[in-house]
Write a protein that binds this ligand. Structure first.
Ligand SMILES: CC(C)(COP(=O)(O)OP(=O)(O)OC[C@H]1O[C@@H](n2cnc3c(N)ncnc32)[C@H](O)[C@@H]1OP(=O)(O)O)[C@@H](O)C(=O)NCCC(=O)NCCS
Length: 190
């Protein structure tokens, strides 16, 4: 018998305009000195990018502290598949001292649940192939979804997809188009 574990000490909620500095701080610290400021700027841009809408921006709060952030933004599949609603997960970050506490996994899961409720059917991510499959993602290229920029063969598994309903994968294929702000080659290099 397992002992009852205490409830998760952190809360997840949608971000508001007043969270912007805290969100920038999380990305700056999580991605490090070199890449951090670039990612923080990417998030600021995406939150103000009309082509990224509708987006879903969630923060994780532990006690009084904002410790994690995830952003999902609008994607399109070309040729236009009017009936398919898609999003891209980018970026996700947890403050270094709060990593490995399942906060990232919970942010992904809560985001996917909320997106599913709003009718989103496909979610893409370019990320660690050792991490995202734990949350249900699977390589997207072999399923017929091209990333907005070429992903070198050796990193092909980093471009992943997850369907939130059944029967989308296999029926739909095409090139994935992201929002204007994300549509820069530097955001598509591993
Ligand atoms: C990657 C990140 C979001 C994970 O969040 P987290 O809350 O620490 O992760 P979780 O607690 O949900 O999961 C922890 C597990 O994932 C593994 N993991 C973490 N980062 C990983 C990576 N880059 N590749 C493979 N596995 C990874 C951990 O080793 C741990 O494994 P275990 O369960 O076997 O011990 C977080 O480490 C982070 O912010 N990193 C810096 C920014 C970043 O790389 N963002 C993702 C861009 S794609």
């Amino acid at each position: 018998m397992h002992k009852n574990r205490p409830e998760n000490p952190f809360e997840i909620r949608k971000s508001t305009a007043s969270d912007q500095l805290k969100i920038a701080n999380i990305h700056t610290k999580a991605f490090g000195e070199k890449k951090g400021p670039e990612i923080a700027e990417l998030v600021r841009g995406l939150l103000n990018d009309k082509t990224a809408m509708p987006f879903l921006s969630l923060v994780a709060i532990e006690g009084e502290k904002t410790v994690g952030h995830i952003l999902y933004t609008k994607a399109n599949i070309i040729p236009a598949m009017a009936s398919v609603s898609a999003q891209i997960l980018a970026p996700l970050a947890i403050l270094p001292e709060f990593q490995n506490k399942r906060i990232g996994a919970k942010l992904i899961k809560e985001g996917l649940n909320l997106l599913k409720e709003t009718g989103v059917e496909l979610v893409f991510v370019l990320g660690h192939p050792g991490y995202y499959p734990r949350s249900g993602f699977t390589p997207a290229g072999v399923l017929g979804f091209q990333a907005p920029y070429h992903i070198p063969e050796e990193h092909a598994d980093a471009w992943m997809v997850q369907e939130l309903g059944s029967g989308i994968i296999g029926r739909i294929k095409g090139a994935v188009q992201c929002s204007d702000v994300l549509d820069q080659p530097e955001h598509w290099r591993e």
